[in-house]
Write a protein that binds this ligand. Structure first.
Ligand code: G3P
Ligand code: MG
Length: 357
C-alpha cells in the first residue's frame, strides 16, 4: 500500500486531508517511540523522503523552542521534522508578546522556559530558577534539595544579561508564564504565591495580581510509568487552592492548549500552509472562508483533551483515539467518544491512508 500510495502521490495529487498527531501517549512515552510511530510517520513521505501528506505535531507538552523540539523529534522518530510542524502548549504565548514585550516576566517549567519566551520576542524574561536565586531564603526547603543546592552554588552562573539583578527588587513582575511542567512544585508554588499576592514585588506592598498563563490544563498525561502522571493542570489546582487560602481574592489565570478550539483552528492554518509549500497549485483553488480540507484527523490518547477538542471544533475534524496512552478502554470513551478507536498510531495511519488514497 505504501508503495502504491507513494507512486500515486508522484502524480502530486494534492491531498485534501491532513493529520495532527498528539505526542505523549501516541507517538512517544517519555523519549521512547510507541505504537510503531516511526514506521507510521515514514509512510507520510515518498520514496525520496519528501513529505507528501501534511501533518503537524499538536502537543500540550513543551519546554524547548520549537526548532529544538523539531530536531529532537527528528532524531527520536527518524524523520525530518520542521519547526513549523511543531505546535506546543506554549506556542500561542507568541500572541502576548506585544502586551508584555518590555515587561519583566517570569517563565516556569522544565527545560528552557526562558529561552522559549525570549525566542518569541519577550525581552525581559527570567526563569523562576533565576528569579528565586535573587531572594535569600525564599525557599526554606532549598538546603534539603540536592539539585537546588547545586543551583544555589552556581547562583552566579549564567544570569539573563538583559535583566540587571537588582531590577527584581524594584520592578514588578507583570506576568508569569507556566511554559512546561514545573519541576519543583514546593519552590514554584511558594515563589509564584510571593509574586502573585504582592503585585509582582515579593516582600513589598500589595499591588494588582499579575497575570498568570498556563500552557495547558492537563490534569494527567501518559509517559513511561504504567499509570498516568500529574500534569500542569494538577499543578494549577495546587497553586490555585493554596493561593485562594492566603489571599483575599481568588486566583485569576488563563489556560491555553488543547482542548481549546483555537488550538485546532491554528493547526488547520498551519496545515494549509504546509500543503501550499508542497503543492504549488494550491493557491489556484478558491476556497473562501470554508476549510480547504475535507478531513483533518486528530490522533490522540486523552479523551478529555484530544477527542474533546476535535469534537468541540467540529468539521472538518475527525477524532481517532489510541490505546497507548491515557485511554486504555476496550470500547470507546463514554463521555468524549472518538470517531474511531484503534490500538496504535500505526493502525490510525493505516486507516487514513487506506481511506484517503
Ligand atoms: O506535558 C505534556 C502533557 O501535558 C501532554 O502532552 O503530547 O499528550 O498533549 P501531549
Ligand atoms: Mg497525549
Amino acid at each position: 500500500l505504501s508503495r502504491a500510495f507513494s507512486h500515486r502521490s508522484e502524480r502530486a495529487c494534492r491531498p485534501t486531508f491532513g493529520i495532527a498527531f498528539d505526542i505523549d501517549g501516541v507517538l512517544l512515552l517519555g523519549n521512547s517511540p510507541v505504537g510503531g510511530s516511526p514506521g507510521a510517520l515514514k509512510r507520510l513521505y515518498d520514496a525520496d523522503g519528501k513529505l507528501k501528506i501534511p501533518y503537524v505535531f499538536l502537543t500540550n507538552g513543551g519546554g524547548y523552542p520549537e526548532a529544538k523540539r523539531a530536531f529532537e523529534l527528528s532524531k527520536l522518530l527518524g524523520i525530518n521534522v520542521t519547526p513549523s510542524q511543531v505546535l506546543q502548549g506554549h506556542s500561542p504565548f507568541k500572541q502576548l508578546v506585544k502586551r508584555f514585550e518590555n515587561d519583566l516576566i517570569v517563565a516556569v517549567g522544565k527545560g528552557e522556559p526562558a529561552a522559549v519566551m525570549t525566542e518569541y520576542g519577550f525581552r525581559y524574561v527570567l526563569s523562576i530558577d533565576e528569579y528565586a536565586s535573587c531572594f535569600e531564603n525564599i525557599d526554606p526547603l532549598a538546603p534539603y534539595k540536592k539539585w537546588t543546592t547545586k543551583l544555589a552554588v552556581t547562583q552566579n552562573a549564567k544570569f539573563n544579561e538583559s535583566v540587571p539583578r537588582n531590577d527584581v527588587f524594584s520592578k514588578r513582575v507583570q506576568a508569569a508564564f507556566v511554559v512546561s511542567d514545573p519541576v519543583d512544585w514546593s519552590r514554584d508554588i511558594q515563589v509564584l504565591c510571593d509574586i502573585l499576592k504582592t503585585g509582582g514585588l515579593p516582600g513589598r506592598n500589595v499591588g494588582p495580581q499579575p497575570h498568570i498563563y498556563f500552557a495547558n490544563d492537563d490534569l494527567e498525561y501518559q509517559t513511561k510509568f504504567p499509570s498516568e502522571r500529574l500534569g500542569m493542570g494538577a499543578f494549577r489546582i495546587a497553586l490555585e487552592s493554596i493561593f485562594n487560602r492566603i489571599h483575599p481574592q481568588s486566583l485569576e489565570y488563563t489556560s491555553f492548549g488543547k482542548p481549546h478550539p483555537s488550538v485546532f483552528k491554528n493547526a488547520e492554518i498551519l496545515l494549509e500552509k504546509l500543503v501550499a509549500s508542497l503543492y504549488d497549485d494550491f493557491y489556484d483553488i478558491n476556497h473562501d472562508n470554508t476549510s480547504y480540507f475535507k478531513t483533518l484527523y486528530m490522533i490522540g490518547d486523552n479523551p478529555a483533551v484530544d477527542i474533546k477538542g476535535a469534537r468541540q471544533t467540529g468539521h472538518p475534524w475527525f477524532s481517532i483515539l489510541t490505546r497507548t496512552g491515557v485511554f486504555k478502554g476496550k470500547e470507546n470513551h463514554d463521555k468524549f467518544s472518538a470517531d474511531l478507536v484503534v490500538d496504535t498510531v500505526e493502525e490510525a495511519v493505516d486507516y487514513i491512508l487506506t481511506k484517503e488514497c
